[in-house]
Every structure is written in C-alpha cells, then in structure tokens.
Design a protein around this ligand. Structure first.
Ligand SMILES: CC(C)(COP(=O)(O)OP(=O)(O)OC[C@H]1O[C@@H](n2cnc3c(N)ncnc32)[C@H](O)[C@@H]1OP(=O)(O)O)[C@@H](O)C(=O)NCCC(=O)NCCS
Length: 194
C-alpha cells in the first residue's frame, strides 16, 4: 500500500503540471491520443478497438485512483502549468510496481507532437522521478526503448539512466516483436540536473 500522505500527486515544474485526471476529462485524453495517432503509432503497443473513444477513457480514468492506492500503477497526465485546464500534452506512467526489497517501477512516457523539442519531457520526468523516490519510497526506475527511438534514448541519457542490456523481440509494437534497449536509474544516482 502506498503512503497515503503521498497520494493525490500534483507535481508542478516551472512550465508543467503532472497529475491524475477525472473521468470527466475523458474527452481531453481521447483528443490527445487522436491528435497523436501517427506520432505514437510506431512506438506504441497495439491499441484496442475502442481506444479512441470517450467511454474507454472514462473507464481508465475511473481506475486511476484505485490503481494508485493499491500500488498497481501511477498514471500522470501532463499539461502546461499556465493552462492546467487546457489540452493534455503528455503522459508519464509508472507501472509494473514492485515493493519489498526491490522498490522498482517501470516508466513509460509520451509527448504531444507539437510539444517535442522544448525539453518538456526531461522537465516532467525529472520532477516525477524525484517525487517517486522521495514521496513514494521507490528506489529504482526501469525504462526500455526501441533502438530506433533516438529521441527517447536521448531523454533517458540526459536524466542519467544507464543502459543495462539489449532485449531481442521484447515487445509487440507496430505489428511486430521489437528489440528494446533496457535502461534504469537508481535512487543513489538522482536524475541528472538540467
Ligand atoms: C520520446 C519523446 C517524449 C521525446 O521528446 P523530446 O521533445 O525530444 O524530449 P524533451 O522534451 O526532453 O526535449 C529534448 C529536446 O528539446 C530541446 N530543448 C529545448 N529546450 C530545452 C530545455 N530547456 N531543456 C532540455 N532540452 C531542451 C533539446 O535540445 C532536445 O531537442 P533535440 O533532441 O532536437 O536536441 C517524444 O519524441 C515522444 O513523445 N515520442 C513518441 C512517443 C515515445 O516515443 N515514447 C517513448 C517510448 S520509449
């Protein structure tokens, strides 16, 4: 069980806010994925038929708080700090949460195509990982990316993630089992300063 005092994450950075969203925000989330359908397609797992519907996202957003409380997943949405009720511009997800002596979380993230190239993802991840370590008590974050995803690799390297291996046919992405580079960051090496 997560520390109750650390629930309801609202993580502010100079330009961004990361938080859970409510079921009523389903249209904002659906629009984010619709807008970025092509941008994400070659990096994302297969999506269910109704992925691009408000109903799908209402159910998912309903599940977010129970998932957080039960230590199943932490799904954060990124918006501009000065437009917090405006469009969703990114996602930061911690899944595959393992407590006990491992205290490890798997990291996933995405950024609106129009927001790429401004350092938003590094800013979001630096704050989210610091929160995960300091407020949630995790010790290790794992992140894996396709070797072709040069931008993703650069984000992780800038944050201090280290490459731990290379997994062949690791994940079903864009219609085939794709190799992935395996990386991690441990708490004793905090996210690198900007
Ligand atoms: C992966 C992804 C999040 C990277 O986005 P990004 O914008 O390159 O990453 P950042 O937000 O950290 O920005 C870094 C870029 O902003 C530039 N930048 C501008 N201002 C900056 C600042 N203040 N701080 C840091 N970088 C800054 C950097 O030079 C860099 O650009 P460059 O790589 O062209 O030199 C994005 O490409 C994406 O969503 N891709 C599709 C989904 C995906 O791949 N998800 C990950 C699967 S593993």
């Amino acid at each position: 069980m997560a520390n109750p005092a650390a629930l309801e994450p609202v993580i502010d950075t100079p330009r961004l806010r990361l938080s859970l969203l409510e079921p009523a925000d389903a249209p904002r989330v659906r629009q984010y994925f619709e807008r970025n359908r092509q941008h994400f397609r070659i990096w994302d797992p297969p999506r269910p038929e109704h992925f691009f519907t408000d109903d799908y996202w209402r159910d998912k957003l309903e599940q977010a708080r129970p998932d957080l409380e039960a230590d199943r997943a932490i799904r954060l949405w990124v918006v501009r700090y000065d437009a917090a009720a405006g469009p969703v511009i990114g996602t930061v997800n911690f899944t595959r949460l393992v407590r006990g002596p491992f205290q490890c979380a798997g990291l996933g993230y995405s950024l609106d195509e129009a927001a790429v190239g401004h350092g938003f993802m590094q800013e979001a991840l630096r704050a989210a990982i610091t929160w995960l370590f300091e407020r949630q008590g995790f010790h290790r974050v794992e992140a894996n990316y396709r070797p072709e995803n040069v931008r993703s690799g650069r984000v992780l390297a800038a944050l201090g993630f280290v490459v731990e291996g290379y997994a062949r046919s690791y994940l079903m992405v864009d219609g085939a089992w794709r190799d992935h580079v395996l990386t991690s960051l441990t708490r004793r090496s905090e996210p690198a300063a900007p």
